[in-house]
Design a protein around this ligand. Structure first.
Ligand code: ATP
Length: 386
């Protein structure tokens, strides 16, 4: 067989430069085609040079998984050298992991009610932070489950905010679709950066999107990401270290999680729909600098009957406030003709909120779950909550 290595390497260089050009032009479809072409050439190189077969097959697989992200061109040399773990690509994953850092300004007092849930989470953090005998192991993973809009993200942010911790906001389904093929590497970089910037909270929102029962239709990328999560968390659990890295996961569909993931989250905290006391506290928080000329306790009781979530209560408060504003400022839109400097000199008229403002808001707000789904949560909590 003639030695085609040189010719194939020239072809590979061409494909790589076209790939780069397509990426720079934002043409991801074309970039994808050229990365596939590069993968094919690498397979041909593997066949052509049996001695270097493994190196080229590895390169082929790197090209298949090349991240098609504008501005993140994989280096040709790292591919041709067979060194996808080069510092350049590692830095790429690291910077993508750093992009997931979000600063949290949420404090426990910003969360209305949910006293028991907050207590459990505060306890978890305190145990992790205190000096303790070796056999007292802090929780590494906590699962927050419950209906949509009940404050799970706020609770995770408050954990990070109160510890002044670095918070990584990992939306599993988003990184698996956006960085297909590379999401598991980004996830391990998240934990590397989390270690560097500890104390850290890794918040995995909508974990069911990644960790749905693996025997079902979870995609390859999700499966790989899930395995990384499981092995990384096991790694942390087995190492004696004093660094605090807490993984908080949230889901609206806990029944979709498989046993492997559940076993990594032995602490499972139910974040229910707000009861009367929590509802009252949330309504008060979201209307805090507006007067009240109605019985907020009665309104809270009505909201509980309707199964409103914390998010609904925030919406209802905003709608009630807007009704009041429109009532006290008829023809507000006419002021739009004024220059902004002039607008800033004028004051919006307000009055205390009344029952009719809330009633109107409630009439146009639908709760997120029905009583059947609610009992499903209660049942799951009884069986698996801990
Ligand atoms: P999802 O499951 O849909 O991701 P979630 O449970 O994470 O929702 P959050 O995003 O934390 O819910 O809350 C949504 C919004 O609802 C918050 O931004 C906040 O305005 C309001 N909210 C929910 N619960 C509370 C609460 N206990 N106190 C104050 N505001 C709350």
């Amino acid at each position: 067989m003639p030695d085609m290595t040189d010719a194939l390497i020239t072809q590979l260089k061409k494909a790589q430069s076209k790939y780069k050009e397509a990426l720079e032009n934002g043409n991801q479809e074309m970039a994808h085609l050229h990365s596939e072409e590069s993968a094919r050439i690498c397979v041909a190189l593997a066949k052509n040079s049996p001695k270097e077969k493994e190196k080229y097959l590895k390169l082929a697989s790197n090209w298949k998984n090349a991240v098609i992200v504008k501005g993140k061109t994989p280096s040709f040399h790292s591919h041709i050298e067979g060194n996808s773990e080069s510092s350049e690509s590692n830095n790429g994953f690291k910077s993508q992991a750093e992009n997931l850092i979000s600063s949290s300004l949420v404090r426990w007092d910003d969360i209305g009610g949910l006293e028991e849930t907050k207590r459990l989470l505060m306890e978890t953090i305190v145990v992790a932070g205190l000096q303790k005998p070796e056999s007292i192991k802090p929780w590494k993973g906590v699962l927050l489950f419950g209906p949509p809009g009940t404050g799970k993200t706020m609770l995770a942010s408050a954990c990070a905010g109160s510890l002044d911790a670095t918070m990584f906001n990992v939306q599993g389904d988003k990184i698996t679709s956006k960085y297909f093929g590379e999401s598991s590497k980004i996830l391990s970089s998240v934990y590397d950066v989390a270690k560097e910037k500890a104390p850290s909270i890794v918040f995995m929102d909508e974990i069911d999107g990644v960790a749905a029962n693996r025997n079902t239709d979870a995609s390859e990328a999700s499966k790989r990401m899930l395995s990384t999560l499981l092995t990384t968390m096991d790694g942390f659990a087995s190492k004696k270290n004093n660094i605090l890295i807490l993984t908080l996961a949230a889901t609206n569909a806990p029944w979709d999680l498989d046993d492997a993931i559940l076993s990594r989250f032995p602490r499972r905290i139910y974040v229910p729909l707000p009861d009367k006391q929590t509802t009252h506290a949330i309504l008060k928080l979201h209307t805090k600098d507006i007067g009240m000329d109605c019985d907020l306790e009665k309104i809270a009781a009505e909201c509980v009957k309707k199964c409103y979530s914390g998010r609904d209560l925030s919406t209802i408060s905003q709608k009630a406030i807007h009704t009041m504003v429109n009532d006290k400022n008829p023809n507000l839109h006419e002021l739009a003709r004024l220059p902004f400097e002039e607008l800033k000199k004028r004051k919006l008229n307000t009055r205390p909120l009344i029952l009719a403002d809330f009633n109107e808001a409630m009439n146009t707000t639908n709760p997120p779950v029905n009583s059947i789904t609610l009992s499903k949560y209660e049942q799951w909590n009884k069986e698996f909550g801990a």
